[in-house]
Design a protein. Structure first.
Lengths: 438, 470
């Protein structure tokens, strides 16, 4: 059972009072309890069950402009007392930084709206097992599928965030997720692919048959890939990876990267960064949203932000510390983006595939080949060739490369946006990237 | 040494009784207790950006029968919590019947001292050193745009209680010191990163001004990259430098030789035991016994002493890396490769220090044999798709080779290859094997563990370089 708000509040208050008594001028604290239950299956048999029950306290103490932090999983008061003393001792000898402070009082969240983020339904392990059996049965119908793995995880969380300026808030959240990985084989060579669903409410979870079928179909389609010749070509990003473009944008416009001068988008505020048809929104208040929140990790109120409007960069993602450095107010993005998405484009998926004679369609990338400082991008990729609007054959062992600044300016969006993750993008085309193959 | 049951309502013998009772119908399992202290101090943008101390303690209770693993973990070490975990494990395995394997090898070897690196260097002296790093690098001129430096130190005590009162213990220090510098010249910015570490105290790595060597190396790499040209795109010859570039071995071969993927037949290597998988002259081992290395362990996280496991000998596949579960199911012995990130994680077979051993050629011989290709000296990270065997890694320092001569530096590019075939493309193995500086963390199934790598220079006949220049 997940602990209630009163229990967490008691620990948060204890930490603040004690730290103040020992000489802290300001204190911020977060207390978290989470319970997670996971069951996994492999080749239609139970493989693993895992139950996790975790507490955490994150405490930051300030003495004027000096700051230090501790984290602990042991909530006993005797342990906390020792750690608070240690935190204060470290704070005293840490050099001051004029930007260290709690958030401005008038920016703090005032009310907590029920965003429908908690489903109290408990899905017992026996039910999870039934669900997974169906996932794997569907996934292994085709004889080309030689291995399947499936998992179901249920998560319940509760937290309190508090500071010595009187802010205290928190709420419960839940998450249900299920996944299937299928391995296909032909002539001794194997490929794997997957499907994954994650929801706040159990009843919104996609059906087991759907998860199994999608994973198997994708794994079979990848069989017998070819390596293509190196060339410049238009690259279409499948929805599973197109959202990565938004994650790159988020890193490049975080106040920390801007203030430190380590972003390829430094000095680009109010400039055209994308084609003028493109709008990018970060909305924390979507009901049941996987990235939804009432306030950010410092307790600052978060509201919907248009990051990019008609192709023009309008906002950075700002927290208190780097906001002070940039002379800007926090916009509630300590901890990053919330529900981040591209507004839909105008072309249907089919029309996008038909907009040129030949494309490379990428379904998976591997490696961490994005450089936020220079904007250079180079990753391993696999997917399909598209000829006359049809996916003709699978492709693998190639790389795609370019520079984000140019890539951003050459994006065309399809109109098939789905809100499946916390960051979401429709299928998108980047016109002309370098593909390295044979 | 931590006493896990101090200040709890349960003592060691009561915990042992619960373990024995819970595991009586199981093939294997244990109660794993862990106390983990860590500290991170970061200097960034001329300021001490953060100083954080973490204290974490908890247990992971595991029961294994057949192929099924039941796991329950908590940071509440109490009678009630252990009882609840025990019930949970028994419920999962209620329809199974196993026979407990009591056999576990013992060791008197130790590959590191029980020191706590966080306490063995004062907080003040760490702050002072970070400031010195900042001043030293910024004194190199106005092209220095940004300096980040950090200390990461930890001490982990573990205790493994197996059925019938077998108790195994280990205390593990680990440190890492990193420097990253951003240089700016003529509107162009580039980064250089370097670090050192292992299972000793900070001062073993930083004394006598050797921290300046770390700074100089980061500065040198950034400087090289300021002059870099777009990288070529396509298949060509690649010479890898010694040391850290061995993450190619780690990604291309290492993961594919972990026991779980081979038992499950999802690895591209699962039916290649005893076969030629690499050129003659290629020998690869995974060694947990090197003194004070980042990937070394006295015992693994199941209590098995580590060893030096030969994976590939003269091109022939000899062994997989095994934990107890996969070894039992494949009819072999654990190689002391059972590892977990923390008490919150199940055990998986993992790498320790993965090394390709020296051959007989010099690096000069390799470079002069290449008409057109690249020379890769340092890498960022890598990744592999176990099933298809395709792997990548990113160059952070690389040069063109033209007509047997090293040419201009090239921009960071991803290299992609095929694991099962790449080692057959190794045509020359160098005589200059080097260990990495002690900075690697390997990720698998969401668990990060410290690892090491080593290799000599090698010449690869054909690999795809993912640049932008056709």
């Amino acid at each position: 059972m997940i602990r209630d708000q009163e229990f967490l509040k008691d620990i948060a208050s204890y930490c603040i009072e004690n730290a103040k008594k020992l000489g802290a001028t300001d204190v911020g604290v977060k207390v978290i309890h989470s319970v997670s239950e996971n069951v996994s299956f492999r080749n239609k048999k139970l493989d693993e069950s895992n139950r996790a029950d975790s507490f955490a306290v994150n405490l930051t103490t300030y003495i004027e402009k000096k700051k230090s932090s501790i984290n602990s999983s042991d909530l006993s008061k005797s342990n906390l007392e020792k750690l608070i003393q240690r935190c204060i001792d470290a704070t005293k000898i840490t050099p001051s930084d004029e930007n260290n402070s709690l958030p401005d009082k008038d920016l703090m969240s005032k009310e907590i709206r029920d965003l429908n983020l908690y489903d109290e339904t408990h899905y017992p392990n026996d039910k999870k097992i039934e669900f997974l059996k169906k996932v794997e049965e569907t996934a292994s119908t085709d004889e080309k599928i030689v291995n399947t793995e499936a998992g179901f995880t249920e998560n319940k969380n509760n937290f309190i965030l508090a500071n010595s300026n009187g802010f205290l808030g928190g709420y419960k959240t839940s998450n249900f997720s299920s996944s299937c990985v299928a391995v296909s084989r032909i002539n001794g060579a194997m490929e794997r692919d997957y499907e994954f669903g994650s929801t706040r409410f159990l009843k919104d979870m996609m059906g087991p048959e759907e998860i199994g079928k999608i994973a198997a179909d994708k794994a079979i389609k990848k069989l017998g890939p070819k390596k293509i010749k190196s060339e410049r070509i238009g690259v279409i990003f499948d929805k599973r990876i197109s959202k990565g473009i938004l994650s790159t944008l988020a890193s490049a416009i975080s106040a920390s990267a801007i203030a430190r001068g380590t972003s390829f988008l430094k000095d680009q505020i109010n400039s055209e960064v994308f084609p003028n048809s493109i709008n990018i929104i970060d909305d924390p208040k979507i009901e049941k949203g996987l990235g939804s929140q009432n306030f950010d990790s410092e307790g600052v109120e978060t509201n919907s932000l248009k990051l990019v409007e008609n192709g023009i960069l309008k906002n950075y993602l700002i927290d208190t510390y780097y906001g002070k450095k940039l002379n800007l107010k926090s916009n509630g993005r300590s901890g990053g983006t919330t529900n981040l998405y591209f507004e839909n484009g105008t072309l249907s998926f089919k029309d996008l595939l038909n907009s040129e004679k030949k494309f490379l369609y990428i379904t998976e990338t591997i490696g961490h080949g994005g450089n936020i400082i220079t904007g250079d991008y180079s990753v391993g990729a696999s997917g399909f060739m598209v000829e006359d609007g049809e996916l003709t054959y699978p492709v693998s062992e190639i790389t795609i490369a370019g520079n984000f600044k140019e890539m951003f300016k050459n994006i065309t969006l399809a109109n098939d946006l789905e809100m499946k993750y916390s960051t979401n993008a429709p299928t998108l085309l980047i016109n002309q990237m370098t593909v390295a193959g044979k | 040494m931590s006493n896990f049951f101090k200040e709890t309502d349960i003592d060691t013998s009561q915990a042992e009784a619960i373990v024995t009772e819970t595991l009586k119908n199981c093939d294997d399992g244990e109660l794993y207790l862990e106390n983990h202290k860590s500290e991170s101090i970061v200097l960034d943008d001329n300021k001490i950006k953060s100083s954080t101390y973490n204290s974490d303690q908890g247990y992971g209770f595991r029961a294994v029968t057949g192929e099924v693993v039941a796991y329950s973990h908590s940071n509440d070490i109490s009678k009630e919590s252990l009882r609840k975990s025990s019930d949970n494990l028994k419920d999962t395995l209620k329809s199974k019947k196993g026979t407990y394997n009591h056999e576990i090898p013992k060791t008197n070897s130790k590959y590191y001292e029980n020191i706590n690196p966080i306490e063995s260097k004062t907080f003040d002296s760490k702050i002072d050193l970070l400031k010195s790093v900042n001043n030293y690098l910024r004194s190199k001129g106005s092209i220095v745009n940004q300096v980040t430096a950090n200390f990461l130190g930890e001490h982990k005590s573990i205790e493994i209680i197996r059925s019938d009162n077998q108790i195994l213990k280990d205390d593990r220090p680990l440190v890492r010191f990193n420097v990253s510098v951003v240089l700016e010249k003529d509107g162009k910015k580039e980064t250089g990163v370097y670090g050192v570490g292992g299972r000793q105290s900070y001062d073993d790595y930083l004394k006598d001004g050797s921290w300046k060597d770390v700074c100089d190396e980061a500065f040198r790499i950034a400087n090289v990259n300021l002059e870099s040209k777009p990288a070529p795109a396509g298949e060509m010859k690649v010479v890898l430098g010694p040391g850290w570039p061995a993450i190619l071995i780690h990604e291309a071969i290492g993961h594919g030789l972990e026991g779980d993927f081979n038992r499950k037949k999802t690895s591209a290597f699962h039916n290649l035991m005893g076969q030629q998988v690499a050129s003659e002259g290629v020998t690869i081992v995974d060694d947990g016994t090197l003194h004070q290395r980042r990937g070394s362990l006295t015992i693994d996280d199941e209590g098995t002493p580590t060893e030096n496991t030969v994976l590939i000998e003269n091109g022939i596949l000899k062994n997989y890396m095994q934990d107890r579960l996969n070894a039992r199911l494949m009819g072999t012995k654990s190689t002391g490769s059972g590892r977990r990130e923390s008490y919150k994680h199940v055990v998986l077979p993992r790498m320790r220090n993965t090394m390709m051993l020296s051959g007989k050629y010099s690096q000069d011989e390799m470079i002069s044999s290449v008409d057109k290709g690249i020379f890769a000296v340092s890498f960022g990270g890598g990744q592999v798709d176990i099933t298809s065997g395709k792997f990548v890694f990113n160059c952070t320092e690389a040069y063109e080779i033209n007509n047997g001569k090293i040419g201009s530096p090239i921009k960071g590019a991803t290299l992609i290859g095929d694991g099962p075939s790449i080692l057959k493309e190794v045509s020359l193995v160098g005589n200059d094997m080097k260990l990495d500086p002690g900075i690697g963390t390997c990720g698998k199934a969401g668990q990060g563990v410290p690892v090491g790598v080593a290799q000599p220079s090698i010449l690869i006949n054909k690999m795809t370089v993912g640049g932008t220049k056709l």
